[in-house]
Design a protein around this ligand. Structure first.
Ligand code: ZN
Length: 439
């Protein structure tokens, strides 16, 4: 690939639009924690990145959990006594309680209501509900429709299968110079919901594409797994190598217009937590950072005490705090190309910090070296940028005693990591610094 192609492909606004296109393509698919919806999704992702599809059989034990039977669905509807479809899965796949067992019978309105899920406070929206680990059936519909139904007989049909099969997930490994890995994980089990979590899938895919075009120190592992059971499965199959993960992010709800919301890893002061904070502070935009809590996405598994991996959760508006969450209103109108692009570019800046966070040794530690005679002082006469870089050089020289990394120096000096890094590069070029080996 030529340099021009790379630049074109990663032009900021273009990436946002390309992510929107991918999301629109994935949106109609009925996904779940197992089944053909996930397979079809991963197949589409393979057009972008050469990920490996892995299948783990039903019944397999993964820590305290068992891989469930595989669920697939062809069709579902509710017909009134005139034969009119009042609920049609083919119009919206949220209409079926996800993982419903097959059923085809005539029932009373009362029984239908006992298996119906609605949102009285949002009467036009269809809720998203699941019943993965308890065999049940049900329909999700707008409260308006349910309230309009007359007494009488209703035909309910769910043409689904729940049989021994597989749990499917996608894994893409990008080898770097080191064995140490950065993990990017995202859940792929939700049906037609855009922000939660086609947005996370799209940002992960485009980060993977972006990283595959450059050389990296770290190796990168991208996981596209069904929520909870998928990360538990991966950790169970890869327990022996999990400690290679030195930094990680789970991505969820990253396409809406809210500010970035980051949930720290369980460790709270991991390098990933500090790198995210650097990027968010440096952006000058509003953001929110919260301590770890054992509720959320797959960071719960990566941060379980037996692993305690440094994995945080990168979101915009978090789960449960936007009204459209887990409803039919989490549709393509909720996500924006500029917001997807902003999530993508902040994640790449975070990864850039991790890639570049080295510890250096000042080779001229007795008093300050004379920067002027090396053309390093006042070389950018009076510009603010020049001053910041000179100040950054003084910080880097003073703190590079082998104990402070560039990220430490950026934090202590309140100068952006980018400027600290560029100051270190200039000092390195002038033989004033030496890079220490990575731990
Ligand atoms: Zn969700």
């Amino acid at each position: 690939m030529t340099r021009n192609t790379v630049q074109r492909a990663t032009a900021p606004q273009a990436v946002g639009h390309e992510m929107c296109q991918l999301i629109s393509e994935l949106y109609p698919i009925c996904r779940s924690i197992t089944g053909d919806g996930v397979r079809q999704t991963l197949k589409i992702l393979q057009q972008h990145i050469p990920l490996t599809v892995r299948e783990v059989p039903s019944g397999a034990q993964v820590f305290d959990w068992t891989i469930p039977k595989e669920w697939n669905i062809k069709n579902a509807y509710v017909k009134n006594s005139q034969g009119d479809k009042i609920v049609d899965f083919r119009k919206c796949n949220l209409h079926v309680l996800n993982y419903s067992v097959p059923i085809h019978k005539k029932i009373s309105l009362e029984e239908l209501k006992a298996h119906a899920f609605t949102l009285p406070e949002q009467p036009d929206w269809i809720p998203y509900r699941t019943s993965y680990y308890k065999e049940d059936w049900g329909f999700c519909l707008s409260h308006k429709v349910l309230a309009s139904l007359a007494e009488g007989e209703y035909e309910v049909c769910i043409d689904s299968t729940l049989r021994d099969g597989y749990l499917t997930y996608g894994e893409y490994f990008l080898e770097g110079q080191a064995q140490d890995e950065i993990l990017i994980s995202t859940h792929v089990c939700h049906p037609s919901l855009a922000n939660d979590n086609l947005s996370g899938i799209a940002v992960a895919v485009f980060l993977a594409k972006h990283l595959s075009r450059r050389s990296s120190t770290y190796s990168y592992r991208f996981l596209f797994t069904p929520g909870t059971i998928g990360s538990i499965t991966w950790l169970s199959l890869n327990e022996a190598r999990a400690d290679r993960i030195k930094h990680g992010l789970t991505l969820a709800c990253v396409g809406d217009s809210g500010p970035i919301n980051y949930k720290k890893s369980r460790r709270g002061d991991a390098e990933i937590d500090r790198a995210v904070l650097q990027v968010l502070k440096d952006s000058g935009e509003p953001f929110e950072v919260n301590d770890f809590s054992p509720y959320g996405y797959d960071e719960r598994q990566f941060c379980s005490p037996g692993f305690n991996l440094p994995v945080g959760c990168f979101m915009r508006t978090p789960h449960g705090t936007f009204p459209e969450y887990h409803t039919s209103a989490d549709n393509l109108d909720l996500i924006r190309p500029d917001c997807l692009n902003d999530s993508f570019s902040k994640c790449s800046s975070i990864l850039q910090i991790l890639e570049n966070n080295r510890t250096y040794l000042n080779l001229n530690p007795k008093c300050e070296p004379q920067l002027g005679k090396r053309g390093l002082y006042g070389s950018v006469g009076g510009t603010t940028g020049g001053k910041a870089r000179e100040l950054a050089m003084l910080w880097v020289l003073n703190l590079s005693d082998g104990h402070y990394s560039l990220l430490d120096i950026a934090e202590k000096s309140a100068i952006s990591f980018e400027i600290i890094k560029s100051a270190a590069d200039a000092l390195l070029q002038n033989q004033l610094l030496e890079a220490l080996p990575r731990d």
